[in-house]
Design a protein around this ligand. Structure first.
Ligand code: PMP
Length: 389
């Protein structure tokens, strides 16, 4: 049997929502599903399952340059974020995060501080989407911070956070640091021997692994109040009870390995494709604006506001392109992107913004198709709106 990436719509440019599964991930997940065995069982079948999990743990650890014993497999980044914040936050302390975090961090932060809303500090960002470092240092100086949680890369704009100085200042103040690196892992290198975060979340489906599998990195020796979300059989060293998802984890490991080996080349190639897409759109469509720091972004992401062209109408007019209005997690909901609003955009601008996200399997043809369809769709929607006035 041969394994190829799944068929996708003609131009799939929604890698930040989810990436197509890598052939290596399909093969590893399928091989694991064809065997029987609970990774906790001591007989041969159980040991076979445990071996597949061990291999995946080493593969994920290699992508992050950490120790395999520092990886806790979860059901994805939502669970990893919940687990990290619950583990690191202690009552009476303060929790510092930013206005552009994923809801999995923002909602968990609100829930943990619900009895004392003043203990939640949400840092603003500037018009480029970069976290206000003055506000960060002020929050640290006020003391009693239990944990800082700042994302490594934003899912809507791709804007990167320079974690090193943040971690250094937090650790000088004796404060734990968590980073939601879901959009960064597998797209840009990260070296946890250098970047000294205590906790880091990732999700396999963003780099070509299966959906519903992720991991939390927990630095060995980090002084954490230990509060797992799931209690039970003590799997994952007590951090996450429940029979391990062997097939999903095996797929995640294989995807991590494939991403690690190809990362440098992919990042270069994807950056060039993203830049070509962006240049063509800005050249051919009037009155548009790129959101987020152009100098500090993920390789494959561009968030573009096409003024006077509501994104839902534009996307509906180009069914041959898969792109996103804001983030997939909130699409369908009528509220505008909290990320773009935090960056100072108006509601109208936020509602007229499309996120294109490219990845390892994106081709020049995908980009050409996306350009011609978007140009046509934006012109069509603007013309219809003008005619309606
Ligand atoms: N954090 C970020 C930054 C994300 O982009 C996502 C996925 N949209 C998540 C967390 C949640 O990941 P998962 O789908 O694995 O729960």
């Amino acid at each position: 049997m041969t394994f190829e990436s799944p068929d996708v719509v003609p131009a799939y440019l929604d890698y930040n929502a989810t990436a197509p599964a890598r052939p290596e991930a399909l093969e590893a997940a399928f091989a694991a599903m064809r065997t029987v065995g609970n990774a906790s069982s001591t007989h041969r079948s159980g040991r076979d399952a445990a071996d597949r999990v061990d291999l995946a743990r080493r593969q994920v650890a290699a992508l992050l340059n950490c120790s395999p014993g520092e990886i806790v497999f979860t059901s994805g980044a939502t669970e990893a974020n919940n687990l990290a914040l619950r583990a690191a936050f202690s009552d009476g302390g303060r929790l510092v995060t930013s206005a552009v975090e994923h809801p999995a961090v923002l909602e968990t932060s609100k829930a943990l501080t619900v009895d004392e809303p003043g203990s939640l500090v949400v840092l603003p960002v500037d018009t480029d989407g970069l976290v206000d470092l003055v506000a960060f240092h002020e929050a640290l100086a006020r003391g009693a911070v239990a944990v800082v949680s700042l994302m490594a890369a934003n899912n809507e704009t791709g804007v990167l956070t320079d974690l090193a100085p943040i971690v250094e200042a937090a650790h000088d103040a004796g404060v734990l640091v968590h980073s939601d690196a879901t959009q960064l892992v597998g797209r840009l290198p990260i070296d946890l021997a250098e970047t000294d975060v205590d906790l880091l979340s990732l999700s396999a489906h963003k780099f070509g692994g299966p959906q519903g599998v992720g991991a939390l990195f927990v630095r060995r020796g980090a002084a954490l109040p230990y509060r797992p979300l799931l209690l039970g059989g003590g799997q994952e060293r007590g951090w996450r009870a429940g029979t391990l998802n062997v097939a999903g984890i095996a797929g995640a490991g294989a995807a991590a390995e494939a991403a690690r080996l190809a990362l440098a080349d992919e990042a270069k190639r994807v950056t060039a494709l993203r830049d070509a897409l962006e240049e063509a759109l800005v050249e051919q469509i009037s009155d548009c604006r790129i959101n987020g720091s152009v100098a500090r972004r993920l390789p494959g992401v561009t968030s573009i506001t096409f003024r006077r062209a509501p994104a839902d109408a534009v996307l509906a007019s180009m069914p041959d392109v898969a792109a996103s209005e804001g983030s997939a997690c909130s699409s369908g909901a009528p509220s505008p992107s909290h990320v773009l609003l935090a960056m100072g955009r108006s509601r109208e601008e936020a509602d007229s913004t499309i996120r294109f996200s490219l990845g390892y399997a994106t081709t020049v043809r995908d980009v050409e198709r996306a350009v011609s369809s978007t140009v046509r769709a934006v012109r069509q929607v603007r013309a219809a709106l003008t005619a309606a006035i």
